[in-house]
Design a protein around this ligand. Structure first.
Ligand SMILES: C[S@@+](CC[C@H](N)C(=O)[O-])C[C@H]1O[C@@H](n2cnc3c(N)ncnc32)[C@H](O)[C@@H]1O
Length: 253
């Protein structure tokens, strides 16, 4: 089976952020269900607002790659962007369609693998992708497609996983060191143990290389609750501030 088919199989089980631990017994696709997902998302990842800056993009033509449950996609619509969204799974596309219909917004949503985007060159002002590109077999293809569909001066805004992070270190202790396999690298552990198989995580320098064809790229390391949870606070002092599981990116074409 090709890697992206396995990735799809994993995410078809339910869009990211809609697990029982978050939504409990709420009726799937009900307003309460969506609002619980939204409340949880921005409580746990409040920095999304400062990275995305939704209201600044009013009136712009926006493509989101990997809409998941559609929580950020809804913020783009609320901010007045002209929305297009894609995802590898029917689960994500159907959930986002249901959400947009419930809240009275419109977006052109398609299920597809973003390694090939069915859009004209230079057709979007903004492309947004939060926590998606690192799941794909060939992230560099998605990044090249994003650059192709952006207008000159257009902006990519997103987040990819950071390898130098307390979260990855915790996974390495659990799945490599304590399993008697200390030779496994951080990358090996992320590939096998974080979400769908084949997940990748980067350093800031590696991300800047991946986006090198853009005119300018800014990387912003973000320490998340996934880094600090289940961990005595004093241990965090041993990790530099530049270590974090999320790396926000803004890259201008
Ligand atoms: C961790 S979830 C993130 C979803 C959403 N952006 C969020 O932050 O909640 C990863 C999503 O990426 C999608 N995905 C993975 N590989 C993809 C690809 N090659 N093309 C399009 N979507 C992809 C998955 O289907 C899944 O919905």
């Amino acid at each position: 089976m090709k890697l992206n088919e396995e990735v799809r199989e994993f995410w078809e089980q339910g869009p990211c952020g809609s697990g029982d631990i978050i939504v409990g017994e709420l009726k799937p696709l009900s307003r309460e269900w969506f609002e619980q997902i939204e409340e949880h998302r921005y409580r746990v990842e409040p920095f999304i607002h400062s990275i995305a800056q939704f209201p600044r993009h009013h009136g712009k033509k926006l493509l989101e790659v990997g809409v998941g449950a559609g929580t950020d996609h809804l913020q783009w619509a609320r901010a007045g962007a002209h929305c297009f969204g894609v995802d590898l799974t029917s689960a994500a596309i159907e959930t986002t369609k249901a959400r947009f219909s419930l809240y009275g917004f419109e977006s052109e949503l398609q299920r597809l693998d973003a390694e090939v985007l069915p859009f004209e060159d230079e057709s979007f002002d903004v492309v947004y992708s939060w926590g998606v590109i690192h799941h794909s077999e060939k992230p560099e293809r998605i990044i090249e497609e994003i650059r192709r569909v952006l207008k000159p001066g257009g902006q990519f805004i997103g987040m990819l996983y950071g390898r130098r992070s307390p979260l990855v270190f915790k996974f390495w202790v659990k799945h490599a060191l304590l399993k008697g396999r200390p030779w496994l690298s951080f990358s090996d552990v992320v590939w096998d143990k974080v979400e769908s198989v084949g997940t990748k995580a980067y350093t800031e320098g590696e991300l800047r290389s991946l986006f090198e064809k853009f005119g300018s790229t800014e990387t912003i390391p973000l320490i998340t609750t996934y880094d600090t949870d289940h961990w005595p606070h004093w241990i965090s002092k041993f990790f530099p501030d530049s270590w974090g599981w999320f790396i926000g990116i803004r890259a201008t074409k």
